[in-house]
Design a protein around this ligand. Sequence first.
Ligand code: SAH
Ligand code: SF4
Ligand code: F3S
Length: 429
Amino acid sequence: MKHYYIETFGCQMNVHDSEKMAGILKSEGYTAVGSAEDADILIFNTCSIRQKAEQKFFSELGRIKSLKKRRPDLKIAVAGCIAQQEGIKIIERAPHVDYVVGPQNISALKDIITSQSDSVFTDDNLAITEIELPIERRDNVRAWVNIMYGCNNFCSYCIVPYTRGRERSRASQSIINEIKDLAEKGYKEVTLLGQNVNSYKGNVDFPGLLKEINKIEEIKRIRFVTSHPKDLSDELIYAIRDLDKVCEHIHLPLQSGSSKVLALMNRKYTYADYIKKIEQLKREIPEIAITSDIIAGFPQETDEDHNDTIKALKEVEFDSIFAFKFSPRPGTKASTMDGQLPDDIKSNRLSEILELQNKITERKNNGLKGTIQEVLIEGVDEKTSNKFSGRTRTNKVVNVLFDSTIKPGDTIKVKITTARRHSLEGEIV
Ligand code: SAH
Ligand code: SF4
Ligand code: F3S
């Protein structure tokens, strides 16, 4: 029996790619183990979105060197976005690495374990949308489904278009087939994945695809990430409003409240465009939760620009955000722009953003106390282990005490009793 261990960094796309790698390994007779020590093949599925993510991986890789010395038969593969970006340079820098496999070439893993072949797989893969890989999923209530790959947007700070290649949409029929199969296996929720999910262009457009998925009976909830504001059409807003399974939540990264900075970022919308969409979303779907990403300290961002972001946070009142200090990524336009800011300015701005948002998030969650929410039970709450954990349709985590009448996969009504910043607690009603 052969064993594998996969360490995953980065976004949901990477987490799902790891499920595909696990699927390939399993179909070749491998089983998962809990540590690198016990593995025959060790895979790092890496992320290069910010420098920190990259440093974290390289220090892990350094640590594993002694393990390879002790066990020269251990195969080490580097996958994901750093693999794509660095290619052969990873092996030159760390000769204990055997293989480098970019995110468009996951299927090469099969060649790696069945035959001794090349060691670097980073070519553009035009057929990526046609490849159907076995998937070993982590969860059995919620599932991720790729609907498109790559990104064409070239936001000036972002490495993704260089690591994931050009936008390619999967045929709607293969998406539907995959989701029907998930429904048969008992899955209740699907999250459609794409770097720019609402620019999906298959035989139908994105709202059309949602309509088709909404017909699949056993699936109770449909989510999707990430949407780009420039591609948020009226039709998509109506689809969220009208399709009963499409959840009332949208992750719509703003990045900055300053239209000047948005232009430097090549985001292709102004703050006025953005707020118009937000108003429309709130008008059509009053209960909608809106979450976002913000970058603090972009090149040439002045105090005034930063204050525009602060004002935007107050105006939109996001349910929650992910905020990051701008991190120059090699090869991107923003990394060589004039007006790079020192780290202390970026840190101060980030702290201000997070402090304000924490207050807003707490206030919003407090406002849910006493309300009745529909919760899909996902599993056991890992922290307390005497509670079930699930989510509202608006994607807020809710914990409820164990009850013998419910099980993961059930949709129940919960009265919210306690609100915290990252989760809610409630009683089954
Ligand atoms: N395709 C998605 C996800 C992109 S990565 C999208 O368009 O939203 C997730 C977030 O990381 C981005 O929204 C952005 O806020 C942040 N990010 C990307 N590159 C970054 C960089 N160089 N520095 C800081 N944050 C960055
Ligand atoms: Fe990066 Fe922009 Fe594409 Fe998102 S839309 S992946 S931020 S280039
Ligand atoms: Fe990271 Fe690549 Fe995702 S850079 S955020 S793993 S697309």
